[in-house]
Design a binder for this molecule. Structure first.
Ligand SMILES: Cc1ncc(COP(=O)(O)O)c(C=O)c1O
Length: 632
């Protein structure tokens, strides 16, 4: 099969009895899912993917498909007169004259699926291919077993019969050779097994004659709709994702490759991004009030929960247009009940920002300040909570970006919960880069922006939080109109949209960045950041630089480096030299000590850091600074 497949066969003869009244007057493919019939969705996707000829194996209510064929010149119907007493293999066999010698895609008529289902089959070099995913449903699925070459070796509706590799989607790519063999084999069995499902014929041919490879696509969105309950589930949980993802894909298709200079950002965010994330922003203009844009945001919000390990039954994510500070503002002004206090566990610049926000809004608060070089004292936190039973919100920063200190949020969260307070954590510079687990870490609300751990662009921030607590906050004092958590949450719930104009292009970039996040894999990404961090330390050690935070307290993302005592040291000049060579270094944020920062965020790896240290060494030589670095 060298040519791309141009033909598809949809098996649509069945009676769809499980739909009850709904299929009395129409075949099940005509049931509307998300405002469009399932079969028309499939037809449009197939045509979009370059399929020229769509053969529909009809039976029950054949006239519906014949009318549809008048609208689509691509459709040819093939009626199976024995549809009531046979099954899908007969329908498929019955199409043999019309199929002729074409290779084809084979689909069931009761599926909704992402376009990627079709493109991944078309793009694969295997001539005979079955599409599977991890299990999606709790009933009616065909479990698939494969051999070591990922060739179909078993198919059953009973999990116990085999070693399950995945669930059959119901979309395949079949060569003429394979189909011929299926037909020959079925012709021999037809008398005894008129009701044979085509799945079992696929299995038979694969086991005994021609390999049927199995392609597993882990994150594919699809659903088989067999009854009204399936339909309701798909409309709520699957179709919005499909619509959003397909729209994103087609928007991106029309973007163009660019040659963009790669800068290495060693500042604590925005971080270095991939070209694909940059280019994801170049899309045709779209009004964000279109349904497909809301579908994209639904998918994005759901992915954010996965990044934070926040179960969707309990947590939700709410998007905002703004930089990271908007999240701090929103959480503090929205989540404090009347007559209650905030406790800010403060050992750095970002918790100090939270204190300033409390001051601005006049929120009753306690600023439990401690050394920026150390983690907070848990005894002091417990004592403060004991002495202040009116504290309803405990706030801290996970990773104090100003110093690089990582705070013990799990322990602080446990204390907050023991005292009946909600726990809000600023995870802006840690989420997606170091381990975090909403529930295990005792966190009720966390927050971040797209440009740091997700390695996307600026302008999109998000809060992930306990949905019950957000609902409760509806009755809390309103301190801001634009920055109110409940208002934005409620708008998303009712419409799927942001209350006011979203940062459209940043959302496209974030969708792409999340795709890349999951493709890299959480563990691999964390390991990469750690590797970069170790490479930074190695480079600093070799030059004789000192850092100011004890190693065991460091987050693994930011190193605060002490200014050398050398009289020729001038941070701005060293910065400018590095900057002109494509590397950005960043000033420190400790008021009592002169430091600069080197950070391990972004799509960078050890070779980038090694290249940076060659440039830094040159910069030091250029500035006449003694190496190794001297400290008095
Ligand atoms: C811990 C932390 N919180 C909040 C912010 C938000 O800052 P901005 O509003 O500049 O995005 C940052 C940015 O560096 C941060 O590191």
């Amino acid at each position: 099969m060298t040519e791309k497949v141009k033909t598809a066969v949809i098996m649509a003869a069945g009676m769809g009895t499980r739909f009850g009244d709904m299929t009395e007057t129409m075949p099940k493919g005509f049931i509307k899912a998300g405002g469009q019939s399932m079969v028309e969705r499939s037809i449009q996707t197939l045509i979009d993917c370059g399929i020229h000829r769509i053969i529909i194996g009809t039976g029950y209510h054949r006239e519906a498909y014949e009318t549809l064929a008048e609208q689509y010149p691509q459709i040819v119907c093939c009626f199976s007169p024995r549809y009531a007493e046979t099954n899908s293999m007969f329908t498929l066999w019955n199409c043999r004259d019309i199929i002729g010698t074409d290779d084809f895609l084979l689909l069931e008529s009761d599926l909704v699926f992402q376009k990627q289902a079709i493109t991944s089959l078309l793009e694969s070099p295997h001539p005979d291919l079955m599409l599977v995913t991890p299990v999606t449903k709790f009933q009616d699925q065909y479990y698939i077993q494969v051999d070591e070459d990922k060739v179909l070796s078993g198919c059953s509706t009973n999990k116990e019969d085999l070693t399950v590799y995945g669930e059959m989607v119901g979309i395949h790519k079949i060569s003429h050779r394979f189909y011929q063999k299926m037909c020959e084999d079925y012709a021999l069995k037809m008398k005894e097994q008129p009701k044979l499902g085509y799945e079992f014929e696929l299995e038979d041919i694969s086991r005994h004659h021609i390999n049927l490879h199995v392609l597993k696509v882990d994150d594919l969105k699809w659903y088989e709709i067999d009854d009204p309950a399936d339909l309701a589930y798909a409309e709520e949980h699957v179709l919005p994702f499909i619509d959003g993802l397909d729209s994103q894909e087609s928007q991106q298709k029309s973007s163009f490759p660019m040659n963009i200079k790669r800068n290495i950002l060693l500042n604590p965010g925005p971080a270095t991004t991939t070209d694909t994330v940059k280019m994801a922003q170049v899309v045709p203009d779209i009004c964000p009030r279109e349904r497909e844009f809301a579908g994209m945001m639904k998918s994005l919000r759901n992915d954010l929960l996965k990044v934070a390990h926040a179960p969707a039954e309990k947590y939700t994510s709410v998007l905002f247009c703004g930089s990271g500070t908007i999240n701090i503002d929103i959480c503090l002004n929205s989540l404090l009940p009347e007559g209650k206090k905030v406790l800010v566990v403060n050992n750095g610049a970002y918790s100090t920002r939270a204190v300033e926000i409390c001051q601005y809004y006049g929120l009753p608060h306690i600023d439990l300040k401690s050394s920026v070089y150390e983690q907070p004292d848990l005894d002091a936190v417990a004592r403060t909570l004991d002495e202040n039973p009116d504290v309803a919100l405990v706030y801290t920063t996970h990773h104090e970006t100003g110093t690089g200190v990582l705070n013990p949020i799990r322990e602080i969260g446990a204390l907050a919960h023991q005292h009946g307070a909600v726990f809000v954590v600023d995870t802006t510079s840690s989420l997606g880069m170091i381990p975090f687990d909403m529930e295990a870490d005792n966190v009720d609300f966390c927050m971040a922006s797209a440009q740091k751990g997700l390695m996307a662009m600026t302008g999109l921030s998000f809060i992930i939080g306990n949905e019950d607590e957000i609902r409760k906050s509806k009755d809390y004092p309103k301190r801001s109109y634009y920055c109110n958590l409940y208002l934005q949450y409620d708008y998303f719930e009712r419409t799927g949209e942001m209350h006011f104009t979203p940062p459209v292009q940043t959302i496209y970039a974030t969708m792409q960045a999340l795709k890349e996040y999951f493709a890299e894999g959480e563990a691999a990404k964390f390991a990469r950041h750690r590797r970069v961090f170790e490479a930074i330390h190695k480079g600093l050690d070799e030059l004789g630089f000192k850092d100011v935070i004890k190693r065991e307290l460091q987050s693994g993302l930011v190193v605060s480096v002490l200014y050398p005592s050398d009289p020729d040291w001038n941070f701005e000049r060293v910065h400018d030299y590095c900057y002109s060579h494509g590397f950005t270094i960043y000033p420190g944020k400790i008021s009592t000590t002169n430091t600069f920062r080197l950070c391990a965020l972004g799509t960078i790896d050890t070779p980038d850091i090694e290249a940076f240290f060659r440039v830094l060494r040159d910069a030091l030589v250029h500035e006449g600074i003694q190496i190794p670095i001297s400290y008095n």
